[in-house]
Design a protein around this ligand. Structure first.
Ligand code: ADP
Length: 314
């Protein structure tokens, strides 16, 4: 089975438990929860039994250990994670505004992970992987971005595949060099997983059908558009498939897209028809929002089957 690699931030997240216009109002805060978009993605891949690994860097602290213990327990190869004494594991703080939207404070660029560099263990790990999943946040710090792009080029050069989730939060849009890096990634992408309107950052087309047609013509093989509580759609040269949202109680939306991506990539790599991969990914995203904490809602195959069976008869 193809082994999946992702590169990027391993964080802990501290979560506000009430809504408010500032962290002083949104009290109390709870955590630390294991987090980081690539970490959540790869945890979901590992939980589905697909061989997988993450290339990252954490401080020699409890926050790093909280993550590494979870990832290892869920089947993720963590041999490419360096532990840096004297440095801090990244952190994120999230609160909910009165309208339900989220506000984040990230501490990634100055964390151990932002200084990811080449190591012999990392190089050996890259060589064992045949698929790379890249997320926009992995391009938000210079050392991290350089390593992510290097891993991507190496895996593609030996005939591997690339999935790309732009995951472009407002906080990272001003990163120097981000635009050329995104274009370089898209040019190599086989499976593209944008959320909502993100696709329009990668095309001059002004409607969704035009944007999809443009990207397919430029060599992207599969496009999956995530639509939050509206479900998701898959497009390829054969046409379009939609997944209606699964009715769930939304407790915490953080991590839905990452869990969705982890499930889609696992089924896609296993050769499942796009409609099947989409159904499982849609279930993984739906289940993710029912749990407080970004990585707490990743799912096993049995947990996804329990959501899908009554809805779609799989
Ligand atoms: P991202 O976090 O990348 O913006 P989304 O919020 O679009 O991703 O969520 C990813 C997927 O998870 C959606 O396309 C959908 O399949 C599922 N999902 C997200 N929120 C809900 C919800 N409230 N109810 C049901 N499914 C959801």
């Amino acid at each position: 089975m193809t082994k999946v690699l992702t590169v990027g931030e391993i964080l802990v997240e501290i979560v506000a438990t009430t809504r408010g216009d500032g962290f002083r109002e949104a009290q109390p805060l709870i955590g630390p929860f294991p987090s980081g978009s690539p970490a959540i993605f790869i945890d979901q891949v590992g939980k589905l039994g697909t061989p997988c690994a993450i290339l990252s860097r954490v401080g020699a602290d409890d926050f790093g250990q909280v993550n590494l213990d979870r990832l290892a327990a869920d089947g993720v190869d963590i041999s490419g994670v360096s532990v840096a004494p004297g440095e801090a594991t990244g952190s994120a703080f999230v609160r909910y505004r009165e309208d339900g939207s989220r506000a984040f404070i990230f501490n990634i660029a100055n964390s151990a992970c932002g200084r990811l560099d080449a190591t012999p263990e990392g190089d050996a790990l890259i060589d064992t992987c045949g698929h790379m999943h890249l997320m926009g946040t992995a391009l938000s710090a210079p050392g991290l971005a350089a390593r992510a792009l290097e891993a991507m080029e190496r895996i593609k050069a030996k005939g591997g595949t690339l999935s790309f989730d732009p995951n472009l939060r407002p906080e990272i849009l001003d990163t120097p060099g981000l635009r050329p890096a995104l274009d370089r990634v898209l040019a190599q992408t086989d499976l593209f997983l944008p959320s909502g309107d993100e696709i329009f950052l990668f095309t001059a087309a002004c409607d969704e059908a035009g944007a999809v047609a443009d990207l397919l013509a430029r060599g992207v093989r599969d496009i999956v558009i995530k639509r939050g509580a509206q479900g998701a759609s898959h497009f390829d040269a054969k046409g379009r498939t939609d997944a209606a949202p699964i009715a769930v109680e939304e407790i915490d939306p953080t991590g839905a897209g990452d869990s969705f991506g982890g499930a889609f990539v696992s089924f896609w790599l296993a050769g499942a028809p796009p409609a099947t991969a989409l159904a499982y990914a849609n279930a993984a995203g739906a289940r993710a929002v029912t749990k407080l904490g970004p990585m707490e809602g990743t799912s096993t195959r049995a947990e996804l089957d329990a959501l899908i069976t009554p809805v779609q008869g799989h």
